[in-house]
Design a protein around this ligand. Structure first.
Ligand code: BES
Ligand code: ZN
Ligand code: ZN
Length: 464
């Protein structure tokens, strides 16, 4: 869907008015419509109303909660999506209009690649016209950002029958070429010569080689002297390996286990398209995790990229194995900050559900504060968990430097502590296992891959 700024309103179109107070609508509507909306306005909880003929909407923007506007945009989109080609939004200020456009665009996402009758299923809206005080630059930036979110969603929705580790690297490479940033893909040979033991161990049960993608976006006017490194978990499918996932249906969604990879690649893509002056490096270790004949086994001791030895006590704790190597690899850039995003633990989902990601780490508080604020602003939320060293003791092994499994409780934190061991620089770990993939739609986040973390990290890095 295209966004398009217009100078004057045309009557007889689907128009959404954004209004703080009922008087904002004076002179814009027929008397009948005005009276109709005024009746609803008194309702405290009113968010949006559609007119009786169904093609004029009013969204109440009085509360400065931009997410209410995004959600109202979802509702209007839901009503209009299959009937009209163009919709116009008018009024509000630039911030509110952008929030509406953002919600509207996010709601228009569809993953139709595998439907025979895809054309019939496609939403009909082709254009959202914006009537108000809004700049072309804001509009372009928003369009680019949402395009990157779409890309992340596409990758998460793609099954492993298409998106294996090699294909994931191809996608990233192609995007880098299209947007114009550097992508280097290390293949199995190079990964072996670098001795990335964690990534290779997880890959042992697979027929398909692992990949390690290195993305770099370095604008000349970057504000940071040292890069920020973004690491994304790229497990393109997680069966659990020999410690096969135990319960019914627990494997059904595991094509989404590369959600962290999608988030980080798409975040960098958005930063680059919008020319945000920040130097970032993305590291994407990728493989599937399968119980093949030569699969790594519980009890194995693995020597990781940085020389640490790991006793594997559960092959389903594979995300930390591949991330550890990428995090250790990040040290060579002497980064200002290292952030990873990963669908890492079921514990994170059980703790906070699907409406927020969980952050933890040892970076200065100010980074966490800013990250939290970015989450509130975008409603791509994140909530900080504690990270005391006491949890580290759960990772002690009898025969190796660490084991890959903590105790039965607080699994999201022991996983984070495991990862921290490999990072020599300020570090934030984000567990996106909850919001990355939804089985029931949540407004404009839709069903399936959500692109969770892209808008969050884009905002965070832009504001930094
Ligand atoms: N990919 C899973 C985590 C996950 C679970 C993501 C549910 C999304 C939804 C991860 O690799 C995993 O299996 N984690 C285990 C770790 C355990 C064996 C220590 C878990 O959380 O159960
Ligand atoms: Zn697993
Ligand atoms: Zn996993």
């Amino acid at each position: 869907m295209k966004l398009n700024i217009i100078k004057s309103l045309q009557k007889n179109k689907n128009i959404v008015f954004l209004a703080d107070k009922i008087d904002d609508l004076k002179g814009k509507l027929s008397n009948d419509d005005f009276n109709y909306f005024r009746k609803y306005w008194k309702d405290e909880d009113m968010q949006y109303v559609k007119s009786t003929n169904g093609y004029i909407f009013v969204v109440k923007t009085i509360k400065k909660d931009l997410d209410k506007i995004r959600r109202a945009a979802f509702s209007t989109h839901d009503t209009l999506k299959k009937h009209y080609k163009e919709v116009t939004v008018s009024g509000g200020n630039s911030e509110k209009m952008l929030a509406f456009a953002e919600g509207f665009l996010l709601s228009d996402y569809q993953f139709l690649k595998y439907f025979k009758d895809a054309d019939k299923r496609r939403n009909t809206i082709k254009k959202l016209e914006l009537h108000g005080t809004i700049t072309q630059k804001d509009v372009n930036d928003l369009q680019n950002l949402i395009e990157s979110v779409y890309w992340a969603r596409d990758m998460v929705n793609e099954p492993v029958s298409f998106l294996d580790a090699v294909q994931l690297a191809e996608e990233i490479k192609a995007k880098g070429k299209a947007t114009n940033y550097k992508v280097e893909v290390l293949g199995k040979g190079k990964i072996e010569s670098l001795k990335m033991g964690g990534l290779l161990a997880v890959n042992k049960g697979s027929e398909i080689p692992p990949t390690f993608s290195i993305i770099e976006y370095k604008p000349k006017n970057a504000k940071n002297k040292k890069p920020i490194v973004l690491v994304g978990k790229g497990v393109v499918y997680d069966t659990g390996g020999l410690s096969l996932k135990p319960t019914a249906h627990s494997m059904d969604l595991m094509k989404s286990d590369m959600g962290g990879a999608a988030t980080m690649a798409a975040t960098i893509d958005a930063l680059a398209k919008n020319k945000i002056p920040v130097h970032v490096i993305g590291l994407i270790p990728a493989t599937d995790n399968r119980p093949g004949k030569t699969a790594y086994a519980p009890g194995d001791v693995i020597t990781m990229f940085d020389g640490t030895t790991i006793e594997v006590l559960n092959t389903d704790a594979e995300g930390r194995m591949i991330l550890a190597d990428a995090l250790a690899y990040a040290n060579k850039y002497e980064p200002e900050l290292v952030i990873d995003a990963a669908t890492l633990t079921g514990a994170a989902v059980r703790a906070l559900g699907t409406k927020t990601s969980i952050s933890m780490g040892n970076a200065k508080d100010v980074y966490f504060r800013k990250l939290y604020q970015s989450g509130q602003k975008t409603n791509d939320k994140v909530f900080r968990f504690p990270f005391w060293d006491e949890w580290k003791s759960e990772l002690k092994s009898d025969i190796a430097d660490m084991k890959n499994l903590g105790g039965p409780n607080a699994g999201m934190i022991t996983a984070g502590k495991f990862l921290e061991h490999f990072v020599k620089y300020p570090y934030i770990h984000i567990d996106i296992a909850g919001p990355a993939f939804l089985e029931t739609a949540n407004s404009y986040n839709g069903k399936g891959g959500t692109g969770a973390g892209v808008r969050l990290l884009y905002q965070f890095l832009k504001d930094l």
